[in-house]
Design a protein around this ligand. Structure first.
Ligand code: ZN
Length: 460
């Protein structure tokens, strides 16, 4: 379980300040496949009168055998532990039964087939004043690890990573098991792909071809991937109606996507998938919280259609038809006297108000894109804003309020359209008026949206 409210908002600025001062922290992790147990240690260079350790709220139920390398004692302290007179170079050691954690959270047997899947928040303890750490991970022969952490050069059975701390309520996924691993390199970044289960060679080839096309689509926003390292965990879930049945983007301890697939489906079924492009599109915006879900889901939903058209996975006409169809569903799903969009966004998970929230947000990004393009003869759109946001602000990860995000986009583009439309949309109690996209009068702008910069694709 992830906490909705966590004390990180108080903790993180403090931790960031100390990290800037150069606090080194080093994890050593050793996984035992037979017992599905992780032996962990965390060593800190700096002495402290009082050092505190914690994971997320579930961690006390998952970790055991905590000891200090000095032999000094350790006290339980709320959701964590505290250690007095912490010495420079001292290490905290513990173990975690990852198998038990994974089995408790895996409702589907398919997850077991992929490996032992856990959220590291439940077992990776952090020291209170540490904002980033390096990790050395030892794995048994034949066992792979999929993590959102940034891989560093390593040799043999030992892997090295850099881990950026994120708020404990940010979801993360770590899979350990017999997976096939590969990397997909594109300008600006690399996807670290791990495929679970036992797909045959033809299935594996098809999955990789699909992920390559999805990666190409993501680069059509502004020529490169928005983030340097992205975890891609592919989990086969047996025979399904669609090739890709569910996806999720995660931001805990790095950026990741999880994609649940039916690897037996043919290449055409994977070509029709929109989920992978949607999840990758979430990498273009920062963590915006439940209040900003309409902005986040709207952007991913808009881009899932625009980027597929630009990369040839859809024709431009198909992409416009997908958008028109989605707007119709969004309008139908918006009740009379609906709550303001921002409130619906906060209530989305509880009330299952996904369709209205996603498509109202999509209308926002289309409206802003059209505003920018009408003002620039089609030349400038939201791509340029996202590219500039990437350059200044996407890494290292931190939470942004929706208002701070749109105001930064405005500042980067020397405009007021992002915040102006945001103020208009967040209070909407009905479905937005979708800008008219008259094919006969708006041809140039329509074509520009669905064309990669420098691309040759024409409106059809
Ligand atoms: Zn989404």
């Amino acid at each position: 379980m992830k906490r909705i409210l966590a004390p990180w908002c108080i903790l993180l600025p403090f931790a960031a300040a100390l990290a800037a001062a150069g606090e080194p922290a080093q994890y050593a992790l050793r996984y035992d496949a037979a017992s599905r147990t992780m032996q962990a240690s965390l060593c800190l260079d700096r002495a402290a009168a009082l050092q505190r350790f914690a994971g997320d709220a579930s961690a006390p139920g998952h970790v055991e055998g905590l000891t200090r390398s000095s032999g000094a004692s350790l006290q339980r302290d709320g959701d964590g532990w505290s250690a007095r007179d912490w010495r420079a170079g001292e290490c905290l050691r513990w173990r975690a039964d990852l198998g038990q954690i994974a089995d408790a959270s895996a409702r589907r047997s398919a997850l077991h087939a992929t490996g032992t899947i856990t959220d590291p928040g439940g077992w990776l303890l952090w020291a209170a004043d540490v904002a980033a750490a390096d990790a050395i991970v030892e794995l048994p022969a034949g066992i792979a690890l999929s993590a959102p952490w940034t891989p560093e050069p390593s040799a043999g059975a030992t892997r090295r990573y850099h881990i950026e701390r994120t708020p404990p309520d940010w979801l993360a996924r770590i899979a350990i098991g017999r997976m096939s691993e590969t990397t997909i390199d594109r300008p600006g970044g690399r996807l670290h792909v791990a495929i679970g289960g036992t797909p045959d060679p033809a299935q594996r080839t098809r999955l990789l071809a699909w992920l390559e096309r999805v990666s190409d689509a993501a680069t059509t926003a502004y020529g490169r991937l928005p983030l340097a390292d992205v975890q891609v965990l592919v989990i086969p879930v047996g025979a399904q109606r669609d090739a890709v049945v569910f996806g999720q983007s995660t931001r805990g301890e790095g950026n990741g996507l999880t994609l649940f697939v039916d690897p037996s489906r043919d290449a055409h079924a994977f070509e029709r998938d929109w989920i992978a492009v949607h999840e990758l599109s979430h990498l273009f915006h920062p963590h915006l919280g439940a209040r900003g879900a309409w902005l986040a889901e709207g952007l991913a939903t808009y881009l899932q259609n625009v980027l597929r058209a630009r990369s040839g996975l859809l024709t431009p006409a198909q992409a416009w038809a997908e958008l028109a169809d989605g707007f119709a569903r969004g309008r139908a799903a918006t009740p009379r006297d609906a709550a303001p969009l921002e409130q619906a966004s906060l209530d989305m998970e509880r009330a299952h108000g996904y369709t209205r929230v996603y498509w109202s947000g999509t209308a926002y990004w289309l409206a802003v894109d059209l505003d920018l393009r009408h003002a620039s003869g089609g030349r400038i759109g939201i791509d340029d804003a996202l590219r500039r946001f990437d350059a200044c602000c996407l890494a290292p990860p931190r939470a942004w309020s929706p208002q701070a995000f749109v105001e930064r986009l405005d500042a980067l583009m020397d405009t007021d359209v992002f915040a102006r439309r945001w103020r208009e949309y967040r209070t909407l109690t009905r479905f937005p008026d979708v800008p008219a996209l008259d094919a006969s009068t708006d041809t140039g702008v329509r074509a520009a949206i669905m064309r990669a910069k420098g691309g040759r694709q024409s409106e059809d």
